[in-house]
Design a protein around this ligand. Structure first.
Ligand code: UD1
Length: 427
């Protein structure tokens, strides 16, 4: 894997060609955690080769799993994954490592885990995760630097989520599949990554009903069988490339697109002038008539507009002649990239959870800093529109979720390269 911490982009380019969309990060990570609960070998096919997946792989190895790759198929042999400690060195690198707490407890009955880190996009508490596991019978004590948890076999219960949380819903599902008795989850997150996890677990023998609804019922079983599953395509990566096409007024083809999962985004895309034609997983994208301003886009839980595409869309809207606004309803500090885009000449004003974008100001390449994964991708999109060269620092954050964003954009005709401690290297 390339581990270069800067991305350089020459702007004012036009894109053409096609891209195959990678497997979904947010589907792969909980499935990797689920694989821990089978005492044997599982395989996740079409797994994205990104740093978050590598980090989760390292954690599983530290617990005793043996893992290997065959091209994009990730094999996980968890026969001897009896470890119970997940140190902070891993958890602060990747917030979603908290998802392992339930599976480790379910399998090994105790777990010491560092507090989660990850992208800086506001407060990201884990109270709902702990509430769910506590309700199922875990005894959890919060220490200064880590959590200590233990339990005997989880006991099925009713769990009410006060807020829709993807991670906490997945956590509860993972803990419940091998619990004694029936667990009913109320007010679950309905994001596709929840039902993909359920489908994977069901393929391992789990008994789960209602996985596309807010009420999920799980009947616990003693053992899970081996997993063998293909990771679905990444809706956020697909949306990012749609944004790149709109920003550069380009026509591109995207293959392996989960179009159904992108409906809310695609509606907005059409409103700002983007066009596309869908044909069984392939999108012919035409951004030539983009970009019109849009009065208000609000991020919402699925099936609403995804928070992960908020920053990429904002970058696109800096190129619209007129005023647009975006309201961020999921995370409380997810406008970090706006300040970086302003350094490039954009006019974005932030007021609480609302951003007003006065589009049409010319952007100029300069040095900007990625603050989080999707915000970093947004800076690449802004850089595609800018005059001259943009240098994005802390770009390794982008590698957390995009397998080969530089290679993809270069294949589409953009001058983009990575640089860093190993020197200057055009791809
Ligand atoms: C997942 C995705 C992330 C996406 C987010 C929302 C993964 C690895 N990450 O993150 O890309 O942006 O869903 O679609 O799948 N909350 C609490 N208490 C908790 C947990 C969450 O209050 O215990 C709050 C959060 O602060 C946030 C909201 O619930 O305001 C939604 O967060 P959640 O759905 O849990 O996001 P993640 O699962 O962390």
């Amino acid at each position: 894997m390339k581990w270069l911490d800067e991305i350089h982009v020459m702007g004012k380019c036009s894109l053409s060609g096609e891209i195959f969309i990678q497997g979904s990060k947010n589907a792969a990570l909980p499935m990797m955690a689920a694989s821990l609960m089978h005492r044997g070998r599982s395989v996740l096919k079409g797994c994205p080769r990104i740093s978050d997946v590598f980090c989760m792989e390292e954690v599983l190895k530290s617990l005793g799993a043996v893992t290997w790759w065959e091209d994009h198929d990730l094999y996980l042999d968890c026969s001897d994954a009896d470890g119970t400690e997940i140190p902070e060195t891993y958890t602060r690198r990747m917030r979603s490592s908290i998802i392992l707490l339930g599976p480790v407890l379910s399998r090994n009955k105790k777990c010491r885990i560092g507090y989660p880190g990850g992208c800086i996009i506001g407060k990201r508490p884990i109270d709902l995760h702990l509430m769910a596991l506590g309700t199922l019978g875990a005894d959890i004590s919060e220490q200064t630097f880590y959590l200590d948890a233990e339990c005997s076999r989880f006991q099925g219960k009713d769990i009410y989520f006060t807020k829709s949380s993807v991670g906490a819903t997945q956590q509860a599902i993972l803990a419940a599949v091998m619990a004694q008795g029936v667990t009913k989850l109320h007010n679950c997150a309905k994001e596709p990554e929840v039902f993909w996890l359920c489908r994977y677990l069901r393929s391992m023998g789990a008994l789960i009903k209602g996985e596309e609804t807010k009420e999920i019922m799980i009947t616990g079983i003693r053992e899970l069988g081996p997993g063998n599953y293909t990771i679905p395509p990444d809706r956020i990566v697909a949306g990012t490339y749609l944004c790149a096409a709109a920003a550069t007024r380009s026509e591109i083809t995207l293959r392996n697109v989960p179009e159904q999962e992108l409906q809310a985004f695609l509606e907005v895309y059409q409103k700002i002038g983007g066009q596309y034609q869908a044909n069984g997983g392939t999108l012919e994208v035409n951004g030539k008539r983009a970009v019109q301003p849009i009065a208000l886009v609000e991020t919402k839980n699925y099936p609403g507009f995804p928070t992960d595409l908020q920053a990429p869309l904002m970058a696109v809207l800096t190129g619209a002649q007129g005023r647009s606004s975006i309201r961020e309803n999921i995370f409380d500090q997810r406008f970090g990239s706006a300040f970086q885009m302003n350094k490039m000449g954009a006019d974005i004003k932030i007021d609480g959870n609302q951003a007003v974008i006065c589009g049409g100001r010319p952007l100029t390449g300069t040095q900007v800093q990625a603050g989080d994964l999707r915000g970093g991708a947004a800076l690449i999109i802004a850089a595609l529109m800018a005059e001259g060269e943009t240098c994005i620092t802390e770009a390794e954050l982008i590698n957390r979720g995009y397998e080969h964003i530089c290679e993809d954009l270069q294949a589409l005709g953009c001058r983009i390269w990575q640089a860093g401690s190993r020197g200057f290297e055009e791809l």
